[in-house]
Design a protein. Structure first.
Length: 191
């Protein structure tokens, strides 16, 4: 059953994957927006608004930290609801169709790996995403203008770039799927 909490934004009653990822980073010991940016790989443009939403929703608490400088610094700590959401909120997303956003997909895989999901489930996520990108690559490559309409260099170039990017992402994701299954524990013949 999903965790119930105050809405993180007006459009959606459930937290975004980015919100859950930031909760997980806090759960792993990253406490400041600076550490989320440096060690968590997040941008200032996403970190600050997410922390504000999490605080408003009661999933994280902000505390002032004394440092060596006169500049005020804030650290964030998870509430019990925030900790529970960080550890379980990603689970339903693992079964959903994979995101077209590569960063979101990699964050979901990171969450699943950190919190002990089966490697076969993570490999399946990568494989489904690779298949989706292969389809998108073919669609972009087939993108043509109407008969009789002048071809625009911009449209043709963009379609070619998009097709190549999707094909490269599909190849990369398939290699991730293979490496995830390669590290899966093998069953012994005696069991």
């Amino acid at each position: 059953m999903p965790v119930r909490h105050r809405s993180l934004n007006r459009r959606s009653p459930f937290p975004s994957l980015l919100d859950i990822f930031v909760l997980s980073m806090l759960d792993r010991g990253l406490e400041t927006s600076y550490s989320l940016q440096r060690r968590g790989g997040l941008s200032v443009g996403s970190t600050i608004p997410v922390l504000g939403r999490l605080e408003t929703a009661g999933l994280a608490k902000k505390a002032e930290v004394l440092g060596g400088s006169k500049r005020r610094r804030h650290a964030y700590q998870l509430s019990a609801a925030g900790r529970k959401l960080a550890r379980t909120g990603w689970m339903p997303l693992l079964e959903d169709p994979p995101s077209a956003d590569l960063d979101a997909l990699l964050r979901l895989a990171d969450l699943a790996s950190h919190y002990g999901a089966k490697t076969t489930d993570i490999a399946s996520l990568f494989e489904r995403a690779a298949t989706d990108r292969t389809v998108l690559s073919r669609r972009a490559a087939a993108g043509k203008t109407k008969v009789g309409a002048p071809s625009l260099l911009y449209v043709a170039t963009r379609n070619g770039w998009h097709s190549g990017r999707m094909a490269a992402e599909a190849k990369f994701l398939r290699s991730l799927a293979k490496s995830a299954t390669a590290v899966a524990p093998k069953k012994s013949k005696t069991s």
